[in-house]
Design a protein around this ligand. Structure first.
Ligand SMILES: Cc1cc2nc3c(=O)[nH]c(=O)nc-3n(C[C@H](O)[C@H](O)[C@H](O)COP(=O)(O)O)c2cc1C
Length: 330
């Protein structure tokens, strides 16, 4: 997630919580990887993690060039972003905006699938503003050897809110033979169970905001999945998020459930120190931490701290921030 799941976040998250089979980087766009984008994908910054870099562009040459650099770094898969709804991206027919020009999209996909040597997976929305376009988009995808299709089950026009169209996910099953990963609004065991059933056991699930708000989510969903008889774990279709069932870790990495608050405090502190070391100046660090608290404070994990959470949002410097956070954790 752009601005949130940085390589710093990813590494520290994995050490404290983990239970994620595959991480996707925020999208990169520049033909020659450098600066922030290079930092995200550098193998030295992703050691021991299964990471798939994501590319956002509508220029096949740029995609192919970036893919070559990633291949040289040792990556075997890249992900193509057809889901971003941001105005500046969509206006240029990139991200989900690329879905509005299907002929250009076909030409682009022809080029990249012909030229790239490594696997290409796609993250898509269902269309721009009309669900009737989805079958046509699926027909386009069916012509390519897509490693995996991740479906954020919303239209571009629906942004990040409203209902997810699980029926449209199922339509993809009828048309495509590649593995399908469901994405959208999985925030707890209840939503996971409902969506998993509605989507008739998807090959994998991707979680975004839910896992930021509640870092324990990956652990709790895996335990729930494996310990709940309503999931058909006897069948061949048991792989969860493309992972090997034997490798699933039953505990979060730093301890057991009862230590939740202590683990979160340590996780927060390590993140905070890392951002202070990595970023220059107080303001960007404060901004980064506030962005994270926007998610954490909506998770229900801090029920009696509303006033303090408000104070975090209003804090003007790191001294103020530290004092409020200390009160929350004590
Ligand atoms: C702030 C923000 C940044 C995001 N950045 C990306 C991104 O770089 N690449 C991507 O594929 N999706 C990105 N997404 C979309 C999420 O990956 C995900 O598809 C979406 O939030 C729906 O899933 P969720 O309900 O589990 O969060 C972003 C979402 C948000 C809110």
């Amino acid at each position: 997630m752009e601005g949130i799941t940085t390589f710093i976040y990813r590494n520290i998250y994995d050490r404290y919580y983990g239970n994620i089979d595959k991480y996707y980087t925020p999208f990169v766009t520049a033909k020659k990887l450098k600066g922030r984008e290079l930092n995200e994908v550098m193998p030295e910054h992703n050691e021991g993690l299964n990471v798939v870099p994501q590319i956002l562009t509508n220029n096949a040459e740029t995609f192919i060039e970036i893919t070559k650099q990633l291949e040289n770094m040792g990556y075997t898969e890249v992900n193509f972003n057809l889901g971003c709804p941001s105005g500046t991206v969509v206006n240029k027919h990139r991200g989900a905006g690329f879905l509005s020009v299907p002929d250009d999209l076909k030409y682009f996909l022809d080029e990249i699938f012909n030229e790239c040597n490594i696997d290409i997976s796609i993250k898509t929305r269902l269309g721009v503003n009309n669900l009737d376009d989805w079958p046509e988009i699926l027909k386009i995808y069916s012509e390519y050897d897509i490693k995996e299709l991740i479906i954020h089950a919303r239209l571009l026009s629906e942004g990040y809110g409203g209902y997810v169209h699980t029926d449209m996910f199922n339509l993809a099953k009828d048309i495509l033979s590649c593995p399908l990963c469901y994405n959208g609004d999985i925030t707890d065991e209840k939503s996971f169970e409902k969506i998993y059933k509605e989507c008739d056991s998807p090959d994998a699930i991707m979680i975004g905001r839910g896992a930021i708000a509640n870092p324990e989510l990956s652990y709790s969903l895996k335990s729930f999945y494996l310990n709940n008889n309503t999931f058909n774990t006897d069948s061949d279709n048991v792989n969860y998020s493309n992972g090997n069932i034997d490798n699933i870790i039953f505990e979060n990495k730093k301890g057991k459930k009862s230590d939740n608050q202590v683990i979160f405090k340590e996780f927060h502190n390590e993140l905070y120190i890392a951002y202070k070391e990595y970023m220059s100046g107080e303001v960007p660090v404060l901004f980064k931490m506030k962005e994270l608290w926007n998610y954490w404070s909506n998770s229900g994990n801090f029920p009696n701290n509303e006033k303090l959470l408000k104070k975090i949002r209003k804090s003007k410097n790191l001294r103020e921030y530290e004092s409020i956070v200390t009160t929350i954790f004590n």
